[in-house]
Design a protein around this ligand. Sequence first.
Ligand code: FAD
Length: 406
Amino acid sequence: MALDVKTQSRNEFMSGGYALPWAFSPEHDSWKTTLQEFGINRIAPEAAQRTIEEKFDPDLALAVGALGAYGLLIPTEYGGQGADLRSLCLAAEETAVHDSSLAVTIHVQAISLALLAHLGKDRPELLRETLPKAVTGETFISFGLTEPTGGTDAGHIETRAIKKGADWVINGSKQFITNSGTPFSKYVILFAATGEASGAGRSPISAFLVPLDAKGVTVGPLYRKLGWRASDTHPLFFDDVRVPGSALLGEEGRGYGEALRFLTWARLPIAAMCSGLARGCLIDIDRFVADRTSFGKPLGDHQAVAFKTAEVAALGSLARVMTYDGAWKYDHGHPIQQEAATAKLLAAEAANKAAYIATGLLGGYGFMEESAATRHYQDARILTIGEGTPEVQKMLIARLLGMGQR
Ligand SMILES: Cc1cc2nc3c(=O)[nH]c(=O)nc-3n(C[C@H](O)[C@H](O)[C@H](O)COP(=O)(O)OP(=O)(O)OC[C@H]3O[C@@H](n4cnc5c(N)ncnc54)[C@H](O)[C@@H]3O)c2cc1C
């Protein structure tokens, strides 16, 4: 019996990416439509300007809160959506089609809220006090792990919390902390060494919820960045910061391990951003070649141009399949260690290649700051760094193969 071969339409591919009908429910489809409308009407118009001016836009951040993107993984009793990882990946992906700075703003808020809900699961009063306002974007909670001495070896932490009576006193610093200096920034989930170093020379690491307006906390100056320029990134300094015992999240000495295990899935929204960024590149190429002729014919009619465009499309498809394969498995309770690391590794490389090709295809315009391809090129670089460099992803994959560092 001959099978009827169907083909996804050009319009569907350009606007929604490589079709993955197995991955999504009608609710996901409708959420994606909402995100796409928001993207076109609210995100795209000023995206170039925000990046050029390095401008975090508070009104846009609140509009994202009203849309429900920050609290996707938060139970409804705390004001969240009680949705799944695929929904968060869709938010990251559709936002990154236009503006990766906004996508990372959403990502960091969403993972920080999910981590707080996880570490504070036995403390409903704390969650009632903190989560509802964070879900709407009235308050931001940042994630403070990386230190000036290095982020890859994240278990080597020099920030220290010492117990003084019922309180903890914290000294140290963090760097590259997203969402920590916005008008809404209220807390940081801070990882600090507590207790004595073990035989391996490492101290147990605990997690704390530290108010950014506590005495002794300094939010350092905004970093000037190559990409994610309209996102908000600062160093944080802690000088004899005294917090009550209730600031400790989870068990003493276990916060870091618990957070790392829990946040394995957090690589997948970054892979989703790679897919969105690659689609943004494709859209910009499509717009450019439609208007341009060379050697007497439309630019897209030259096979070399068509091949490069096809490669951008294929790279975005790779990122998309890897993302939603992992997210679907997570949402259905399957293991995702291998999937999350592989998706992050390959999708980030794909996004960088797509942005490189796109800027080349736009010629001189691909070097101008107002062009979307230029913005995607700037934003692509960090996708191989944040949530773990390629070396980290390879360490994780190698470990699953029983090789390398354990
Ligand atoms: C814009 C931006 C936003 C960020 N937001 C946050 C945030 O909100 N919260 C947060 O906690 N962190 C955040 N980070 C930090 C980010 O997670 C780290 O930059 C990243 O993990 C890498 O750490 P590092 O910069 O200290 O590099 P290092 O750890 O110093 O690594 C330098 C290089 O050495 C390589 N390397 C290290 N060890 C090995 C090894 N054993 N084998 C092979 N290669 C190795 C790395 O892969 C890398 O290429 C952000 C960073 C940026 C740039």
